[in-house]
Design a protein around this ligand. Sequence first.
Ligand SMILES: C[S@@+](CC[C@H](N)C(=O)[O-])C[C@H]1O[C@@H](n2cnc3c(N)ncnc32)[C@H](O)[C@@H]1O
Length: 219
Amino acid sequence: MTHSFDKSYWDQAWDGERAPMMSSGDANPHLVREISGIEPGTALDAGCGAGAEAIWLAGNGWTVTGADVADTALEYAEGRADAAGVGGRIEWVRADLSVWEPETKYDLVTTHYAHPAMAQSAFYDRIASWVAPGGTLLIVGHLHHRRGDSTSHSSAGESGHGHSHPPAEASATADSITNRLDPAVWTIVTAEESQRTMVGPGGRTITIDDVVVRASRRQ
Ligand SMILES: C[S@@+](CC[C@H](N)C(=O)[O-])C[C@H]1O[C@@H](n2cnc3c(N)ncnc32)[C@H](O)[C@@H]1O
């Protein structure tokens, strides 16, 4: 069965009791590793979901905009940010990032596994254009591989261990991202493909194949 990754899909994905199942609350380890040494400024988390990364950025001195198409995700994220005492440093924006245009550029634009109902490469082009001169782009996405033609995000193994199988159209490779970043404009800092395990929905251990690209925009 196929479906579109539209607002209705994402609103349902984050609805009610699903929200805490979708996000552990821990910031993505790639974000923590890549951004910890960077002087804080303004940041946009594109497709922020339950806000774990926006909350981490705010707690580390960034002035954050968390943007997502799903009202359910934003409501949940806002409650978590307030509980963490960083709500005042985050503006939550309900926006369809396939058409939205920000009023400003950001010192950091980051995204973690967001895949709107548009080509993944076109989405990355859009968010890259929102980085201010001297700023940073950090993309953390699902790694594309041959098994990635499933329409589900994970499959259970026999021992309760699952392997994430994102849909092919929602995934990328490091080369497919860096090849679109004009070397006259961008310096590639990180371009890696890696695997990690994490505790997913229902306490099940899942293996995730990630692609991580960090690039600095020249002045
Ligand atoms: C797989 S979730 C990842 C959420 C979060 N970044 C994380 O890592 O936990 C993808 C997110 O992208 C958001 N999203 C999908 N399409 C979008 C669009 N067109 N505009 C804004 N956000 C979108 C979804 O609502 C969802 O919160």
